[in-house]
Design a protein around this ligand. Structure first.
Ligand code: EPU
Length: 346
């Protein structure tokens, strides 16, 4: 049985350093710990919340629930054939450590996703992505428990319905799914993806020297580029991008580009356009601007930072000001990326 503590501060587990207390809190290192903790909560009629690395969760000041911190560990090669490698990692593994481990084994595939904060179990929920790669493309299946009936589930990548920063786990009743492990398929035919401008620029000297670029070179480039723009949460509390890049129809994109010829946008296959939210926020004068102690980052306006460790209310107030300004200036709606920590009654 995991040790259940009362009135525990969650601030150390929040990458945004939100002041928050959990009525009950426990760490689960094994699947049996998880089952015991769930049974404990069910017996007492106490709601349950699930916490991974705290890098995508918005925590309220007081959480009247049993907050379960998922710390399940383990990673292994499950199978290998001519097509590629099937690898399993437990939900509580650090995402970045896991990526580095795959590269050390000589298994390329995840290098563009280096240094993304959070855990393996959180990766499929919002289909983490960076520098032209989304994790959903490399996931084979996701394992876990359905909290409502206690059954185990295994969802194929298709059933996970991965989309831009979205999946089945993010939808309405997502709180019912506890992810315990993720299986990845890294194909042998994997081709390195270095078309993203910031990466290409960083790697240009190496390429010009005639050297063969490896997956590890890409990981190093991603780490350097991320470090130059995104503050480390341990130094300046933040969750990475706070808003999604909005997708608009061609007419809207045309209207915007007529007025702002330097607008940064990317054409999608379906004829719509993805706008760089960082550009919009920057253009609206929010880069490096503070509101109620919460600040839009100096190097990347899409990153909301909480240097003064303000409450969730202050964070949401700043975010609302930003999106109201974007709406007024561009008539474009910004959607938040991080999610409020959900509670579920068992
Ligand atoms: N830009 C500005 N001003 C800014 C910030 C950005 O003009 O203050 C412009 C940049 O010059 C660039 C464009 O906006 O032309 C896009 O910026 P960037 O290349 O930094 O990427 P992004 O679209 O802001 C997305 C992801 C990141 C991911 C990077 C790299 C989203 C919401 N964000 O950011 O993901 O690392 O691309 O692939 O899709 C995250 O989700 O937490 C995250 C960090």
């Amino acid at each position: 049985m995991p040790c259940i503590e009362q009135n525990v501060s969650l601030q150390p587990y929040s990458c945004l350093a939100l002041p928050s207390t959990a009525a009950y809190f426990c760490r689960c290192q094994t699947e049996q710990d998880v089952l015991d903790a769930l049974a404990w909560a069910k017996e007492r009629g106490i709601e349950v919340s699930l916490l991974g690395g705290g890098s995508n969760a918005l925590l309220e000041d007081h959480i009247d629930a049993l907050v379960i911190k998922l710390e399940l560990q383990g990673r292994k090669l499950l199978d290998e054939n001519e097509q590629g490698k099937l690898i399993r990692a437990a939900a509580g593994e650090s995402w970045h450590e896991f990526v580095l481990w795959t590269l050390e084994q000589g298994w390329p595939g995840l290098e563009n996703l280096s240094l993304i904060p959070g855990t393996v179990g959180a990766a499929p929920i919002q289909n983490i992505g960076a520098y032209g790669v989304e994790v959903g493309d490399l996931i084979s299946s996701v394992h876990g428990f359905d909290l409502l009936d206690g059954s185990r589930f295994e969802l194929s990548a298709k059933q996970c319905a991965f989309d831009y920063r979205d999946s089945v786990f993010k939808q309405q009743d997502q709180a019912r799914y506890l992810i315990s492990a993720v299986d990845f398929f890294l194909p042998n035919t994997h081709s390195l993806s270095l078309h993203y401008p910031a990466l290409a620029d960083y790697l240009a000297p190496l390429k010009e020297s005639g050297a063969d670029i490896s997956a590890t070179d890409i990981a190093h480039a991603v780490i350097a580029v991320r470090n130059s723009k995104l503050p480390a949460p341990e130094m300046i509390p933040n969750l990475g991008s706070f808003f999604k890049n909005p997708v608009v129809d061609a007419k809207t994109q045309q209207r915007l580009i007529n007025k702002w010829p330097d607008l940064v946008s990317y054409a999608l296959e379906d004829g719509r356009f993805k706008l760089a939210a960082g550009w919009l926020i920057d253009k609206a004068g929010w880069k490096g601007r503070e509101y109620g102690g919460v600040r839009m980052h100096d190097q990347q306006a899409l990153v909301l930072s909480n240097p003064k460790r303000q409450t969730l209310a202050a964070v949401l107030a700043c975010a609302t000001q930003v999106s109201t300004d974007i709406q007024a200036m561009f008539d474009v709606e910004l959607e938040r990326e991080p999610q409020l920590l959900k509670r579920i009654k068992l």
